[in-house]
Design a protein around this ligand. Structure first.
Ligand code: NAI
Length: 288
């Protein structure tokens, strides 16, 4: 792995992703100092107290002027506005990347930066928790990070962005923003939508005065853990990737209709065939 080091790294939005990135950088000694900014200043203050940051900054322009690498890790709908502000102040050599779960905004963002400073990113690693207290340095270990460079992206900046995500433990792949948003709708955004909808569908159901969710075992818990995820983060994702998510949900509805028909028919062999065909997808996945 290539050595990479920045004198100052700036984190915009010091929640789960921003704090975990800062902790991973700190543990691996990839920066001289880590500065952080958050909207109300509360999470950056907390991150300072936790020793995640070296300095809390209340002015985005200062981070833009002083930090060699800036990582924007705020809810998706806030990212374009933050990038516009950063673009007005960054130096020629500064690299700006982000951790947003949807990448449709990166075309406009790319155009904003006169020195091709921006490289869109998305570390595919997370939990249902949020805020700086939820951060941990091994969050990114062994997971995949998607970058969305363009044909005219600055090669040197792209390489350094790849190096830093690799240095915090990630396997970096590149693809177009459209590919990213379509893939993520299938493997992340749709499962979250289904988990939210599943929990919502049993809301208020009771038996003998008990909410049925209080009787649930491991199956329900495993399937619905992600429905505890942050409300702002997920409403931003649903809004900004709505077309792809709706298309994935339509495929899902089709598959669900097929399963409902098979269950209604009550043919055991048909049911086992469906379950086996499904199980094999996951078995074959884990062999790769
Ligand atoms: P979080 O809720 O833990 O942290 C977000 C932080 O951004 C908070 O500190 C908040 O104060 C700050 N913030 C909100 N609006 C802001 C603004 N306008 N200006 C400055 N700071 C602002 O969220 P988390 O989970 O760290 O997510 C951050 C980004 O990473 C989101 O874009 C999300 O889609 C993406 N992501 C999240 C993953 C997850 O599993 N949580 C996984 C991969 C990407």
């Amino acid at each position: 792995m290539k050595k990479v080091f920045f004198d100052k790294i700036g984190i915009i939005g010091v929640g789960l992703i921003g704090a975990s990135f800062a902790l991973a950088v700190r543990e691996r000694k990839l920066a001289g100092e880590i500065w952080g900014y958050s909207l109300s200043g509360k999470s950056s203050q907390r991150a300072l107290e936790l020793g995640i940051l070296d300095r809390k900054v209340d002015d985005l322009a200062i981070i833009a002027q002083e930090c060699g690498l800036i990582v924007v890790s705020t809810p998706v709908l806030t990212i374009p506005g933050i990038l516009a502000e950063l673009a007005a102040h960054v130096k020629r050599e500064t690299i700006v990347t982000d951790g947003g779960s949807v990448k449709s905004f990166v075309y406009d963002a790319h155009k904003l930066f006169h020195h091709k400073n921006f490289i869109g990113g998305h570390p595919i690693a997370g939990t249902e928790k949020s805020g700086p207290d939820a951060g941990f340095s091994s969050l990114f270990d062994g997971s995949c990070c998607i970058l969305t460079p363009f044909r005219d992206t600055d090669e040197g900046k792209l390489e350094k962005t790849r190096d830093i995500w690799e240095a915090v433990g990630m396997n970096v792949v590149a693809m177009s923003p459209e590919e990213h948003d379509s893939v993520m709708a299938n493997i992340s955004h749709m499962p979250h939508a289904i988990a939210f909808s599943l929990v919502n569908s049993v809301r208020g159901k009771t038996v003998s005065g008990n909410k049925i969710t209080t009787l649930a075992g491991g199956g329900f818990r495993d399937f619905t853990r992600i429905a505890r995820s942050d409300v702002v983060m997920w409403s931003d994702i649903f809004i900004s990737n709505s077309k792809n998510i709706i298309s994935s949900l339509e495929d899902f509805e089709e598959s669900l209709r097929r399963l409902k028909r098979i269950i209604a028919d009550g043919e055991k062999s048909e049911i086992t065939d469906y379950l086996e065909e499904t199980r094999l997808v996951l078995v074959n996945n884990s062999k790769k």
